[in-house]
Design a protein around this ligand. Structure first.
Ligand code: PAJ
Length: 278
């Protein structure tokens, strides 16, 4: 496993790796959710690279950029046995040189849900992912369904800017009680950790009535809200039953619906979603 910090070093390594290349972009603090993307990438590509970069531009001024978990030595140890060819850990100065002023904005898709509660978040995500794609030149890039709106935004950017990259979406990896794995789960104390299953329980309640035939968007959102209302530690930011591509809220579900929600538990903000079809 080779490692690179500078873009020229990364490029030197990259040009030596012939065949198809898969990129797994991450912000580190790796857990089994991140790691689950790697076997998929290795199975589909001749070579695989992982980027680790806590991207400052996707954090709001009152968000957790400073306290976001960072442990590069541990991350490298976790990646080493998996068969990854290269790990790239760029510096903020190399990706955001002095005088930086060029941004990628995916307009409509970035607006609702996360975009509404985290202004500027997807501008930061789209910009850094475009820069990672430019530097690496991957044939495929692997993202988790866990961040459903991020997937929609990146797919839109790839189409709109003609990036020659295939976006591959991998299923959300969960703890045994349903909690979606997230680097932010380490912020939760014991009581909050128990409460955190409320996201999965709310999504499951909506899925249950969906499976029984409910196609009314209001009812699906209500089912999630009612579950969260029973948890005194949980404060809902949004619940949504939306079109998975446009992210527009649905009155009536036709064939596919993205159920998603953001909930604050204490100081920690968690998101999750189910993609239901048919
Ligand atoms: P990060 O939160 O580190 O996540 C890296 C990748 O792992 C993302 O594609 C995310 O969706 C995926 N992932 C996280 N938790 C997962 C889980 N429980 N199951 C499956 N996949 C999971 O997402 C980002 O970083 C950043 O926004 C990034 C794309 C790297 C741009 O900075």
């Amino acid at each position: 496993m080779q490692t690179a910090i500078s873009i020229p070093d990364l490029r030197r390594i990259r040009t030596q790796l012939k065949g198809t290349f898969g990129l797994v972009p991450t912000m580190g603090a790796l857990h089994d959710g991140h790691l689950s993307l790697i076997p998929r990438a290795l199975a589909e590509c001749d070579h695989v690279g992982v980027s680790i970069f806590v991207n400052p531009t996707q954090f709001g001024p009152n968000e957790d950029f400073e306290r976001y978990p960072r442990d590069l030595a541990r991350d490298l140890k976790l990646l080493e046995p998996l068969g990854v060819d290269v790990v790239w850990t760029p510096t903020p100065e190399s990706l955001y040189p002095a005088g930086f002023q060029t941004w990628v904005t995916v307009e409509e898709t970035s607006r609702p849900l996360e975009g509404e509660h985290r202004p500027g978040h997807f501008r930061g995500v789209a910009t850094v992912v475009a820069k990672l794609f430019n530097a690496v030149g991957p044939d495929r890039a692997y993202f988790g369904q866990k961040d459903a709106q991020q997937v929609a935004v990146i797919k839109r950017m790839v189409r709109d800017l003609n990036f020659p990259v295939e976006i591959v979406v991998c299923p959300t990896k969960r703890e045994s009680d349903g909690l979606a794995m997230s680097s932010r789960n380490v912020y939760l104390n014991q009581a909050e950790r128990q409460c955190a299953t409320v996201l999965f329980r709310a999504l499951s309640a909506a899925k249950k009535i969906y499976d029984q035939g409910e196609r009314n968007g209001v009812r699906l959102r209500e089912a999630m809200l009612m579950t969260i209302a029973h948890e005194p530690l949980a404060r809902v930011e949004y619940v949504s039953a939306a079109d998975p591509d446009s992210l527009g809220e649905l009155d009536k579900v036709e064939d596919r619906v993205l159920l998603s929600l953001a909930v604050r538990i204490g100081r920690t903000r968690l998101i999750d979603n189910f993609l239901l079809s048919q």
